[in-house]
Design a protein around this ligand. Structure first.
Ligand SMILES: [Zn+2]
Length: 317
């Protein structure tokens, strides 16, 4: 079997390793927020629905605007404080998605979705975590304008980190939805599946939302059993990744498969089958004879698969 060095240094996972100091203790400090808005180094990320607005710099885009320049792009519907980058305040501004669509013809701007930005490396990597933070938080605001308790319109407070209901006084906090994403392993083999939404050659880890009242380990075992009919024993946590589509955190695990026979849930998956480590190496290195691939390195699935290729069944010991 290949040694770990065969795959070279690990590629960068997307949306992780934020350099921002979130400075949560200052969110309720109106005077601090006013001074941050006027700070000469202040910068804002501009988002409309799924789209991110960037300055066009040829191959790449620059997603950080001076606040005044960001406001000149359109009416800011929501503003959130993301944190401090070496002491310089960073904000997320939401424009109406239609307003951002209308900016698309401008050649001085580059406008695309955050997945494409990460996959194609369109921005300097340090921008990806704050963009993910801004997109998830602004998306939460867009979907929580009314109180789930009494139906009254809610108001953004605490620099965008809470919405308060003026009628029933309920406080609502931004949510992050846990998704377990896992690789079921037996010896030299593991199970990958294909969603009908995937590119035709791509195979990936199984995944699903953790449900109320279950542990992450239980969620892993349930999802694998539901999707491919395989019972799992040991579950080992590997790593996690913010996934702002719209507001998830991906919790990556390896799991010990106890059965051999795959029974595919065709409602969820187009197909699923066993892959051995040698075939996975070919997929990771993009030289599989049938052109099969893993997800790109920005996605945690790539790293979960790669870890199994490197360490084999030791990943669940
Ligand atoms: Zn209410």
């Amino acid at each position: 079997m290949p040694s770990p060095s065969d795959l070279g240094p690990p590629p960068q996972l997307g949306y992780v390793d934020s350099r921002l100091e979130r400075a949560a203790e200052l969110r309720g400090d109106d005077a601090a927020m006013r001074s941050f808005s006027a700070h000469p180094g202040a910068g804002a990320y501009v988002i409309g629905g799924e789209l991110v607005v960037m300055k066009n710099q040829g191959e790449r885009g620059e997603p950080l605007f001076a606040p005044d320049a960001a406001r000149a792009l359109g009416a800011v519907r929501e503003s959130v404080f993301l944190g401090l980058a070496d002491g310089a305040p960073r904000f997320g501004f939401a424009l109406d998605p239609q307003a951002v669509e209308a900016l698309k013809p401008r050649t001085d701007l580059k406008i695309t979705d955050l997945r494409s930005i990460a996959v194609q490396g369109l921005v300097e990597a340090s921008h990806l975590p704050p963009l993910a933070e801004a997109k998830a938080l602004l998306g939460w605001h867009a979907r929580h304008r009314f109180c789930p308790n009494c139906g009254a319109p809610t108001q953004s407070v605490s620099a965008g980190w809470r919405r308060d209901c003026p009628v029933c006084k309920a406080q609502h906090f931004p949510r992050t939805d846990p998704v377990v994403i896992m690789l079921a392993i037996a010896g030299e083999r593991c199970v990958l599946g294909r969603s009908p939404r995937f590119a035709p050659t791509m195979w990936s880890c199984l995944a699903g939302f953790a449900e109320p009242g279950e542990t992450l380990e239980e969620a892993v075992r349930r999802e694998v059993r539901e999707e491919v009919g395989i019972a799992c024993g040991r579950v080992k946590y590997f790593a996690s990744q913010p996934w702002p589509f719209p507001s998830s955190i991906m919790i990556g695990c390896h799991a010990e498969a106890l059965d051999d026979k795959i029974v595919v849930d065709r409602e969820e998956l187009e197909d699923a089958r066993w892959f051995d480590r040698e075939e996975l190496v070919a997929m990771l290195e993009r030289r599989h004879p049938e052109g099969l691939t893993t997800p790109p390195p920005i996605a945690i699935a790539h790293h979960i698969i790669r870890k199994f290729v490197e360490d084999g069944a030791d990943v669940i010991r």
